[in-house]
Write a protein that binds this ligand. Structure first.
Ligand code: AMP
Length: 272
């Protein structure tokens, strides 16, 4: 991968990189298309990264379908599919830990300890393998792109991070490889996540400035549809991820909740 990347750079070709865990859907493909439009070469990695999964999480059952992914990526005229094995990526357990402070204290980090260290480590390794000029991430995983941006900035990585909007199903459910875990019933109930974000946006646009009032309304809506525990429903500053008390500027409403076997996340950036 590095030899290929060096040759491409020598020839002055600009590379766009889309890191994924595979089982691709239109959300992933939107990043691929953006990279295709902006760069000479597009590399997509497919790697289910064990170190970002906690004990008891779904690493072994995470959906995989390389043939279908390959078919979809060929249609998008992707130049390289980088599909390393776990052994190639981690011949030995890494003694290096990439810990991005502060940004990994809230939201998903509080519920998935070690998750963002695993993400930061693998993204750093992938960037060093692919050597792209631009790397594309989805706003679906808001905290992830905030963490990656800060890592890139703080250690002067020579790459531009591009964040692309959330792609949804026609009924509003945010696309996710994990949606495959949803039963028909769970899937219908999970629509409440997007609906609660619509409601938050509606309230703020109507003039509501009290964060707790908005969050209570969201929790109430979600609780009506799931018996499982809500992981979190929060309002944070979109860059620092600090909790917001009063809505005065752009505010990120972010949530994670479980429906059956699926843990789903979603978010919405709301401008008052
Ligand atoms: P994953 O395969 O889940 O690790 O996701 C790979 C990349 O695709 C990440 O940058 C995600 O944020 C992005 N992504 C996943 N789902 C969506 C979506 N529904 N809309 C936009 N981007 C997405």
């Amino acid at each position: 991968m590095q030899v290929f990347a060096d040759e491409a750079r020598t020839k002055g070709r600009r590379t766009g990189f889309v890191p994924t865990m595979g089982y691709l859907h239109e959300g992933h493909l939107s990043l691929v298309r953006r990279a295709r439009a902006e760069c000479d070469l597009v590399t997509v990695s497919i790697f289910v990264n064990p170190v970002q999964f906690g004990p008891g999480e779904d690493f072994s059952s995470y959906p995989r379908d390389f043939e279908s992914d390959k078919f979809l990526l060929e249609k998008e005229k992707v130049n390289v599919i980088f599909n390393p094995s776990v052994n190639q990526m981690y011949p030995e357990p890494s003694l290096v830990n990439v810990f991005v402070h502060r940004l990994t204290e809230t939201l998903c980090a509080a519920i998935r300890p070690g998750h963002f260290e695993g993400v930061a480590l693998v993204v750093l390794k992938l960037l060093n393998a692919v050597k792209p000029h631009k790397a594309y991430f989805g706003a679906k995983d808001w905290q992830q792109q905030v963490v990656i941006r800060r890592m890139v900035e703080d250690i002067n990585l020579d790459v531009e991070i591009v964040t692309c909007p959330i792609v949804r199903e026609p009924d509003g459910l945010a696309m996710s490889s994990r949606n495959i875990y949803l039963s028909k019933d769970d899937r219908a109930r999970a629509l409440v996540l997007n609906q609660s974000l619509n409601e938050a946006e509606r309230l703020v646009k109507k003039g509501e400035r009290d964060v707790q009032a908005v969050l209570s309304r969201m929790r109430e809506m979600i609780t009506e549809k799931t018996t499982e525990k809500i992981d979190y429903v929060s309002a944070v500053d979109p860059v620092t991820l600090h909790p917001v008390q009063k809505i005065e500027g752009p505010t990120l409403f972010a949530l994670a909740a479980r429906f059956g076997k699926a843990r789903l996340i979603d978010n919405r950036l709301v401008e008052p």
